[in-house]
Ligand binder design. Structure first.
Ligand code: NAD
Length: 497
């Protein structure tokens, strides 16, 4: 019997009533290793009801008690992260060190959320009017939904739930059905840390689960991360039902290499950011824009490094694992075929990879395509695989126009030794996260993560102060005590004196 990955509701596993299942595959072997339950509407309502029932008590739990649980969760996660990393590798395919990296970045958000008593402090103004004081407080929203993609099964949910829980909300997490086991492992860890049942819940499933979460009146906010078309659907639907929504979408991240850049640094960075996690990162660099005469030299340096990468099973000492599914592997490979047919030059061809792994794994090696132009599908589409396209331009202005005319605006980077050029770039570029001489500018937990344009729908970026504000509502209180001179009857609008 294959294992069934179930929902987590009210502090325990919940099988649900739907009976629908999806296979979970190890991408490095191509073997089905387990099944995941797919929620129907009734299952979703059961899990949402658990979050709603737990809310009043959790909201009223003191900050001192809430932070004790957060610190305990942080300690448990830190001590057991290798266990979680292996689970991620077995369902996603990324290498174990890469999986550990995503857990570390999630841990940073847990650590940030441990400071919630400080972050939730309100303001107080004594004697705003005569013997009248005004103060502000921030209160939780209620049960909130987090809907996450396959590519970061631990980190992306952790961008949201530590802050949501710390602020007094209860959570329903809907992870990707492709790698759902990490979410259940995290749920058990919360229970071990002493979190009350119903505060953190997991709803397994696909569109049916999502559509109930984004319309159910009990859910007060939605934090979504995934592809742009689904982010748009989630944003439009959930805001129409009155929810607060942050919906992070896809990306097409450009790195601009100026002629004065350190080309070895730039080449290392293109390889790390283009091929790490097999390019299945929303902050992956997928377009390398070379400015001026450096293109041939840079392409040669990137090719040399890419040819030395070891693709294979992420539990072995490899640089890059497989793609997440067979279908995705075929789709990514089709972009290489198409750009070749359209006249681009495939300099390093991942289709010919010889992996260190099982024959049925979903392998595609690092691929470098030169002379890509903006009409080719390899340029226009988010490929989400280990494919780095080189677009050659002559000037900085052309490079900037290219980046800014792209519909996405998640991350970007510039490589240069000219501080003035870098400063101009960070000022002019219409992208939410900018790297200067570094390729994956993922902000620390105490800053906020988020792109612009088609990479994020909504006002609030993830974590940092914006995360705290997203998961709380402001309330301003005006008070007067023991004031015999209140003025008696006066139907005019209150004025401050
Ligand atoms: P996806 O959009 O297919 O799925 C994301 C979530 O939506 C999953 O939980 C999935 O079950 C659900 N979903 C899928 N189809 C749905 C539908 N029709 N209706 C309702 N819900 C649906 O994304 P993915 O393939 O899991 O992840 C890769 C995508 O996520 C890429 O586009 C990547 O750029 C993006 N991403 C963005 C960020 C960011 O910060 N902007 C971070 C990570 C990933």
């Amino acid at each position: 019997m294959t294992e069934l990955v179930q929902h987590w509701s009210d502090g325990k596993v919940y099988a649900g009533t739907s009976g629908a299942r999806a296979p979970i595959t190890n991408p490095a072997t191509g073997q089905v290793t387990a099944q995941v339950a797919l929620a129907n509407v009734d299952d979703a309502r059961t899990v949402i009801a658990a979050a709603a029932a737990a809310y009043p008590q959790w909201r009223d739990t003191s900050l001192a008690k809430r932070t004790q649980v957060l610190f305990a969760f942080r300690e448990l996660l830190n001590s057991r992260k290798k266990e979680l990393a292996r689970i991620i590798t077995s369902e996603h395919g990324k290498t174990v060190p890469d999986a550990l990296g995503e857990i570390e970045r999630g841990l940073e958000v847990v650590e940030f959320a441990c400071g919630i008593p400080y972050l939730l402090r309100g303001g107080f103004t004594e004697n705003a009017s005569t013997k009248v004081d005004v103060y502000s407080i921030r209160q939780p929203l209620g049960p909130v939904a987090v809907i996450s993609p396959f590519n970061f099964p631990a980190m992306v949910p952790m961008w949201f739930f530590p802050i949501a829980i710390a602020a007094g909300n209860t959570v329903v997490l809907k992870p990707s059905e492709k790698d759902p086991s990490a979410s259940l492992w995290l749920a058990r860890l919360w229970a071990e840390a002493g979190l009350a049942p119903g505060v953190f819940n997991v709803l397994q499933g696909d569109k049916a689960a999502v559509d109930e979460l984004i319309t159910n009146p009990a859910i007060k906010s939605v934090s979504f991360v995934g592809s742009t078309p689904i982010a748009q659907h989630v944003y439009a639907t959930a805001t129409a039902t009155g929810k607060r929504v942050q919906a992070l979408g896809g990306a097409k991240n450009h790195a601009v290499i100026l002629p004065d850049a350190d080309l070895d640094l730039a080449a290392d960075s293109m390889v790390n950011a283009g091929f790490g996690s097999a390019g299945e990162r929303c902050m992956a660099i997928s377009v390398c824009v070379t400015v001026g005469s450096i293109a041939d030299e840079l392409v040669a340096k990137v090719a040399e490094r890419a040819n030395n990468l070891k693709t294979g099973d992420g539990t072995r000492h490899t640089d890059m694992g497989p793609l997440v599914t067979k279908a995705h592997r075929e789709k990514v490979a089709s972009y290489i075929d198409a750009s070749e047919a359209a006249g681009a030059k495939v300099v390093v061809d991942g289709r010919a990879v010889r992996p260190d792994g099982a024959p049925d794994g979903f392998w595609l090696g690092p691929t470098l395509i030169d002379h890509v132009n903006t009409d080719m599908s390899a340029y226009t589409d988010e490929i989400f695989g280990p494919v780095l396209s080189v677009v050659r331009v002559e000037t900085y202005d052309e490079a900037m126009a290219l980046v800014n005319s792209n519909p996405y605006g998640n991350g970007t980077a510039i490589f240069t030794n000219d501080g003035g050029a870098a400063r101009r770039f960070q000022n002019e570029v219409e992208v939410g996260m900018v790297g200067i001489n570094l390729p994956i500018p993922v902000p620390m937990a105490y800053y906020s993560f988020g792109g612009w344009k088609a990479s994020l729908f909504g006002d609030a970026h993830a974590h940092g102060i914006e995360g705290v504000q997203f998961f709380t509502r402001g309330k301003a209180v005006t008070q007067r005590w023991l004031d015999p001179s209140h003025g008696g009857i006066n139907l005019g609008f209150p004025q401050n004196r």
